[in-house]
Design a protein around this ligand. Sequence first.
Ligand code: B12
Ligand code: SF4
Ligand code: SF4
Length: 316
Amino acid sequence: MTGIERSAELKRRGAALGFDAIGVTTLEPNAHAAELDAWLAAGHAATMRYLHRQAPTRRDPRRIMPDARVAVVTLSNYYHGPTPPTRTAIGSANVAQYAWTTDYHRVLGRRLERLAGEIRDLATGAATRCYVDAGPVPERELAQRAGLGWIGKNMMLIRPGVGSFTFIGVVLTDAELAPDLPFEADRCGSCTRCLDACPTGAFAGPRDLDARRCISYLTIEHRGPFSPEEAALTGDWLFGCDVCQDVCPWNQRFARETEDLELAPRGDAAAPDLAELLALDSAAFATRFGDTPFERPGRDGMRRNALAVRAAHPAT
Ligand code: B12
Ligand code: SF4
Ligand code: SF4
C-alpha cells in the first residue's frame, strides 16, 4: 500500500469511527512560532505557566515524538444549535456548548485510540501517540497545516461548511501517510464581528486574545478567588464562553447540530441550577460532575463562578 492509499483508507475508517474530518500533515517547525512568542511575551497567557514551559515544543512539534513522521489531525463537531443570549432569568447561567456533554477528553481520547489502532493495522509495527487538548501540541496550527480550515481572527480553527464548534484531536505516528495540502486561504476577509462582540474586549487584535480578560480563561483556568474586576467580567457565564463563535457568520450559516451520540447534551451540565450547584459538597460535586469539563475548575472554582453570576443577578 502506498502512503497515498494508506491515507485515503485511514480517512475512510476514521469517518466510520465518527470523526467529521481528518487531515494529515508533516511535523516541520511551527510557521507561527513568532506569534506564539509575542503572545507569551505580552502576558496574554495570564497564569497558564504551562504554555511558557511548553513553548519550545510548540515551536518544533517534532520534539514531542522524535521518530514521528506525521500528525493525523481530526475534527469532531459538537454544535448543539443556537443558544439563548442568557438563561440567568430562570435560575441557571450560561455554559459554553463544548461542556454540555461528558468530558470530550474522555470521549475523543477513546476514539483517537481506535484511530491509532487503525493506523497500526494499515502500517504494521507503527508507533502512535494520541493527544486531545493535552500536551505541548500546537493543535490549531497542525489542523490548519493538515488542510482542515483556517485560523479565524477569534483564533478558532474554522472549517468551511462546518464552522468552528469542533474539537481537535491529534495522533502522531511514524507510519508512512501522505500529507494533505495546508489550508492557505484566510476567509475572514474584512469581517471583525468576533473582535467587536467580545463582551470583555479581550482581543488585543486579530488572532491575539488576552486571556486575562477572557471569560473562558477566568471561569475555567484561573485558580483562586476573583478580584472584583474579574468577577464583573464573567457576567452571565458560569463556565466558558461562546460569544466570539456565536457571532461568526461561518457558524451562523454552516454549523449543524452534531449527530454524535457520545457528545449528546446532558441537562445537568448544559443548564445547571445555581442553587443546587452551590449546595454541593466536594463528594456530591465529584459524583455529579466528575466526568464533565466542570472537573477542571472543580467544586471550588464552580462555586466561585456561580457566586459571581449571583452577584450580577441577585434574583437568581
Ligand atoms: C490555552 C488554551 C486556551 C486558553 C487560551 C486561548 C487562546 N486563544 O490561545 C483559553 C482558556 C482562553 C481557551 C479558551 C477556549 N478554548 Co482553548 N485551548 C487552549 C490550548 C490548551 C492551547 C492553545 C494555545 O497554545 N494558545 C496560544 C496561542 C498563541 O496558540 P494557538 O491558539 O495554537 O494559535 C496558533 C495560531 O493562531 C497560529 N497563528 C498565529 N497567527 C496566525 C496567522 C495565520 C495566518 C495562521 C495560519 C496561523 C496563525 O500561531 C499560534 C501558535 O502556534 C488548546 C489545545 C492545544 N494543545 O493547542 C485549546 C483549544 C485551542 N481550545 C479550544 C476551545 C474549544 C476553546 C474555547 C472555545 C472553549 C470555550 N467555549 O470556552 C475557548 C475559545 C477562546 C478563543 N477564542 O480562543 C479548542 C479549539 C478548537 C478549534 N476549533 O479551534 C482547542 C484546540 C482544544 C481542542 N483540542 O479542541 N483555550
Ligand atoms: S471566549 Fe468570550 S470572553 Fe473569551 S475572547 Fe471569546 S468572546 Fe471574548
Ligand atoms: S467573526 Fe468574522 S473575523 Fe471573526 S472569525 Fe468569524 S469570519 Fe473571522
